[in-house]
Ligand binder design. Structure first.
Ligand code: FPP
Length: 238
């Protein structure tokens, strides 16, 4: 049931660091990959809830440029999971009018995964509902370095470069900065996520492990956001 909490002062863009899958599995005596599977199932559930609440932009951190350092079996498992979830995700996206975007480097991913990502973007590009950005093979510093390269290659004169131009060269071009960043799993850091875009975001840390992050926990995060907005209400535009 939708509570009244969601009817006003909702963030337009929510970005999530989905942490704690490994510990969720370990606590049940399961392999880490079982945690990621449950995490992926939860990502789907969370997408449905945010669609219901009318959030316009949702960004999910699924794989960082640092995640390649994990054991090979876990990396392979995460890549396989992505392939499978992309197929299911496109179906769900078409049903709900969701547009899928990718944040990160395609280089370094297998041709098969690159193809599937490109296909997911193409098939959903004209959808007009929520935009879901999947950060996969993404790093915030890497993104800024990439912007510098692109700016130099484009030949824009140095004196013309400003914040608005940089924003247009980010992976998130055209997407407003996140209003609320949620990190599950108990750590209080951003871990190279949306380094440029996070400048003014409210940040919500919760010890809840990602597979357990359900509607009730979403509501808590949205209440936190609403309260933060209220505190600065006198200066925030209505
Ligand atoms: C962090 O948990 C989670 C990840 C590195 C991967 C997140 C991936 C998913 C939720 C599944 C893929 C989702 C999609 C939408 C394709 P952790 O392994 O760091 O957990 P721990 O801190 O308990 O070890």
């Amino acid at each position: 049931m939708m509570s009244s909490v969601h009817l006003n002062r909702l963030p337009q863009h929510v970005a999530i660091i989905m942490d704690g899958n490994g510990r969720w599995a370990k606590r049940r005596g399961l392999p880490r990959l079982a945690g990621h599977k449950q995490g992926a199932t939860n990502a789907q559930r969370v997408v449905e809830i945010f669609t219901e609440y009318g959030i316009s932009y949702l960004t999910l951190y699924a794989f960082s440029t640092e995640n390649w350092n994990r054991p090979q079996a876990e990396v392979n498992g995460l890549l396989q999971l992505l392939e499978k979830k992309l197929d299911e995700g496109v179906k769900l996206a078409q049903e709900k009018g969701i547009k899928i975007r990718h944040l990160g480097k395609l280089d370094g991913l297998s041709p098969e995964i690159q193809h599937r990502i490109k296909q997911a973007l193409e098939l959903t590009q004209n959808n007009t509902g929520m935009t879901i950005s999947l950060a996969f093979n993404y790093g915030g510093r890497d993104e800024i370095v990439e912007v510098m390269r692109r700016l130099i290659l484009s030949g824009i004169p140095a004196q013309k470069i400003d914040e608005s131009i940089v924003s247009q060269y980010l992976y998130t071009a055209g997407i407003p900065d996140p209003d609320l960043i949620i990190r599950t799993g108990g750590e209080s850091r951003l871990s190279n996520f949306l380094t440029w875009q996070a400048a003014y975001a409210e940040i919500y840390f919760t010890p809840v492990l990602w597979p357990d992050f359900d509607r009730r926990e979403i509501d808590k995060a949205l209440i936190f956001y609403r309260q933060r907005q209220r505190r600065f209400g006198s200066v925030a535009p209505e």
